[in-house]
Design a protein around this ligand. Sequence first.
Ligand code: B12
Ligand code: SF4
Length: 618
Amino acid sequence: MASETDTSRSRAHTLREKLDTARWTLVERIREVFKEDVERVLLIQPPQFPEELLNLKIAKNKRYYNYPPYGLGLLCTNLKARGYATQILDLNFDLLDFISSQAGEVSHEQVTVLWQERIRQSIAEFGPDVVGISCMFTMSHEITKKVVRLIKGLAPALPVVAGGVHITNAPEIVLEECPEIDFVSLFESDQSFCDLLDFVNDEIQADGLSQIGTLVADRYEALAERRSPAPAELDVIPDYLDLEVSRYSALGEIGSYRYWLPEDSRNSSVLTNRGCRAHCSFCSVRNFNGDGVRSRSIASVVEEIEQLVTRHRITHISWLDDDIFFDPDRTLRLFDAIIERDLGITWDAMNGIIASAAVVRPQILEKAVASGMIGANFGIESGSPEILRKIHKPSGISHYRKLGPLLRQYPQVFARAFVIIGFPNETFGQILQTVNVCQEMGLDWNTIQKLTPLPSTEIYEQMVDEGLIEDKSLNMSSGFTLFSVRESEKQRLKEKDKQEDAREFIDYFQRDLDAVPTREELDDLWLLVDYKVNYEKILTEQEPLRLEKMRRFLRDVSNRMSIDNPLSTLFVAIVENKLGNRKEAQRYLTLSKRFLEESRYWQRRFDVLEVNHLYHLT
Ligand code: B12
Ligand code: SF4
């Protein structure tokens, strides 16, 4: 009679023969890491700002992002359906809650102690069999590593799985830099993560494993074939367990239109489509979600909104979609369904609507507004046809020319453009074309960003080939914008750190337009573009609703986002003056003068922008 060991050896042998090498390697590694069955799953959302860059004043102003962890909520629903007990630890929420609850100053040390303590507490009290950690942004890379190391320090044998967009985009870098992570979960993991745990518990066979990677003897091994959730599997509503969904927007931003919403607005987010029809070369969405767009049923979307309204008293939704206007007929049906339910919500689309999608069927915008749209970003990126072609933007200048007048029919909507400068080999002249197109479109605001080459994107490869960035690196120290600090704020901080950096500022558009700006020049160019597309137009604006929009937006910039900024405060004064609020105008004018006197950086820029005379206009 064969012994038990013989039987299991022969079973292993048969399995080994049936599986390809990669799958077998993963199976062995899973058996090595998971010593016990899994019942309890702890899911962690790390802080969404690099700890060392945390600006406590901005946190107190509730200006950091604070979204309920949608992806983890979906995982919870699916895990619970398969019988697992789950807990979500949202460290981002906990930290912002802590900071805002303290009357006085909070130190960075206190913040660190707090998140570490929360993890300790959860592990001790909940007793997880596995920890799942989410990492969406490249700028959360370092803090994610710290969180994982703490967990492994506390419980070395506790398996740790990391998932999310950044993990998927750079799995090898993540594992190399943080080998304490046992497995990376790739792509949309709605089912694949549950499958992994089911496999550990012998509920499914090895061929059910997918989208998972690990390090074996320092080598990256993965089952990297994508198994995106099927359409029916998208009709899932996130289970936020006991998270205080109704308090999230009171502690930070959800969407970016707080200034355009009632003060007591309670915001949350909803996802209706996965993926995007386009393939812009700088964007990592296609790598993560795969080709094309998959839509959820409208009934499921509306049910989710209804639950948010009734359970959490949510009044405003920020769509998480990358391509919210995909499939015009479905989009119209969705907006009609929202109108029919009469839920009294407003909504925003802050991820960059495809401009061509908005102009080819103007009825979509009409229904969007009727169903509650109060704010939207449009992905414009550049005003140079050549750059738009190179980056495969799905819209062109002709669409942008139509978009401006179309949006002016809905003055109640705060419309913004996303603009990028610093594409590889982009000249000053091409950036000037962007300035001209933005001025012509005349949207309420233009959000300008310097290009960030994200791992796994076409532009990243291109820049590696051209020797502009380092391969297999996050290029974090190369001066790219990995974090949503306003560019002028970054420059100001640099100046503060290093007095001699208050270098000359010049109007680059008066120089050789065929030249390509250096990275340093791009920092200054950012301010110049910002001034030309956002501030200049205010000087001639007379329309009261547009001025009101500027008033609210600039007050938000001056009081909550940027610190001691004489430009935004000067323009608040100008707008207040135009609206007849003389006292407020005076107050902001005095503030602006004081900030200007204190900063050599700004004095140089004011000279070149020729704005000093504006102090006499109000
Ligand atoms: C909504 C959104 C935002 C929102 C809110 C994000 C949030 N906290 O929920 C806000 C406005 C804050 C935002 C801001 C930014 N964003 Co954004 N954003 C998105 C967007 C459009 C959708 C994200 C989302 O909620 N998806 C829906 C949920 C269901 O998916 P998910 O969370 O990824 O979860 C799934 C999987 O990832 C996985 N998973 C997730 N966690 C875990 C954990 C475990 C254990 C496992 C197993 C699996 C798993 O399973 C889930 C179910 O499938 C994505 C694009 C995209 N399609 O991902 C860009 C995206 C994430 N953003 C991006 C960028 C660049 C930014 C900004 C830097 C923009 C800027 N320059 O200012 C800022 C940075 C914010 C900051 N912290 O400073 C890039 C990120 C690239 C990168 N590597 O960093 C993306 C990919 C878009 C792009 N153009 O490439 N963003
Ligand atoms: S349209 Fe937006 S989401 Fe789609 S690929 Fe381009 S940048 Fe990414």
